[in-house]
Design a protein around this ligand. Structure first.
Ligand code: LLP
Length: 372
């Protein structure tokens, strides 16, 4: 078997989805749309689509991948600051349930393209809540300085435009504050913002529609074995107890990482153990081309030697790509490595395979599924 490859633990994915479903059963107005960007492997998409969840997409390609995997068009929402004409036309034809619109300029184009097709586009307005989530700067999205969403100042104006365009149907509001968020206070801050805005819209005699609070729930990268399932109970309880919406208002969630990160592992092999001046390197055949998160965000993924049970030694675990950032972890104690050992890089099911690249002419990684 050629390494590196992705290995997906389907029983764990199923237990994770069961845990989400348990929360949805307790909250009938809540609906989950899986954020396809986290992992669009067809096997993963099919598993999630079969549960009846919706899909959150950020490109025409993702809308197509979701449709192909069996997500119904009326369960697909589509966000993104730069939707192209071709992507909008395709999504209108497919009959998706929502365009999450990020600017007045985009709204006007969607209206024109819907007129061409003689249809009406269902639209939610993505609001920039200006909330700084406690996560990596590269993955906060809800700050005024970020490119995402419509600012508070422009909301009334864009809302009036939305209501006036003949080929646009206003459906609700959309928010997203960032990713890998573990502090529930960030989500309660979002709820407070949503509550303020809802009151403001109601006072101005404007419609509210439904509320999409985006995604962002984090997972425990440190202890993948002890805490394999994200804390969905605290997450959904935070929204249940903090949102103050008219009775029966649908609340949509766009979870990506928390659904799929734990079930994926990047399996790689040790090529060489190299003694440096002050440290030793375990050089493996996996690299930033299969899993870019450590190089891109200095993200931590637990590394385990699956072949050895010899006493631990300290290594920098690195890949073969000619970039000094091609490092998985520095100075980590793992069981003694020898050439040919299998190494597992854990919690890699989200933003792993979906961000893989061909850099250095590396082939894209294969994937295998453990069915249980
Ligand atoms: N909804 C919207 C509008 C988003 O932009 C995102 C993620 C999600 C939902 C899903 O968020 P999640 O539940 O997965 O946190 N590549 C980075 C993460 C980028 C997230 C981008 N947006 C990483 O590897 O950490």
């Amino acid at each position: 078997m050629r390494t590196p490859f992705y290995f997906y633990d389907l029983p764990l994915l199923r237990r994770t989805l069961d845990a989400v479903q348990e929360q949805l059963d307790r909250n009938p107005s809540f609906r989950v749309h899986y954020a396809v960007k986290a992992n669009f492997n067809p096997g993963i998409l099919a598993e999630i689509a079969a549960r009846g969840f919706g899909a959150d997409c950020v490109s025409g390609g993702e809308v197509k991948a979701a449709l192909d995997a069996g997500f119904p068009a009326d369960g697909i929402v589509y966000a993104g600051v730069g939707k192209s004409d071709e992507e909008i036309r395709f999504s209108l034809q497919a009959g998706i349930s929502r365009f999450n619109v990020e600017s007045a300029a985009e709204l006007q184009i969607i209206d024109e393209l819907a007129a061409e097709q003689d249809c009406v586009a269902p639209v939610s307005l993505r609001i920039n809540p200006d909330i700084g989530a406690h996560t990596h700067a590269g993955i906060t999205t809800g700050l005024a300085e970020n490119k995402f969403g419509i600012s508070y100042e422009q909301l009334d104006e864009v809302m009036d435009l939305t209501l006036s365009l003949p080929h646009i149907r206003y459906c609700g509001l959309h928010f997203h504050i960032g990713s890998q968020i573990l502090d529930m206070a960030d989500f309660s801050a979002l709820c407070n913002r949503v509550n303020e805005l809802v009151i403001r819209l109601q006072r101005g005699g404007r419609p509210v529609g439904d509320i999409n609070v985006g995604g962002g729930l984090g997972i425990n990268y440190q202890h993948p074995n002890h805490l394999p399932i994200a804390d969905f109970a605290s997450y959904f309880d935070t929204f249940r107890s903090h949102l103050q919406l008219p009775m029966g208002t649908p609340v949509h969630f766009e979870l990506g990482r928390s659904l799929v990160a734990p079930c994926g592992t990047l399996i790689s092999r040790v090529l060489y153990v190299k003694q440096g001046t002050h440290k030793q390197f375990a050089i493996i055949d996996g690299s930033m081309t299969e899993l870019v998160r450590p190089a891109m965000y200095r993200a931590y993924h637990r590394v385990e030697n699956l072949s050895s049970s010899e006493a631990e030694e300290v290594y920098d675990v690195v890949g073969p790509v000619c970039e000094s950032s091609d490092v998985f972890v520095k100075e980590m104690a793992i069981d003694k490595c020898r050439r040919g050992d299998f190494v597992a890089i854990r919690s890699a099911g989200a933003y792993g395979e979906s961000m893989a690249s061909h850099y250095n002419c590396h082939p894209l990684p294969e994937s295998y599924f453990f069915e249980g």
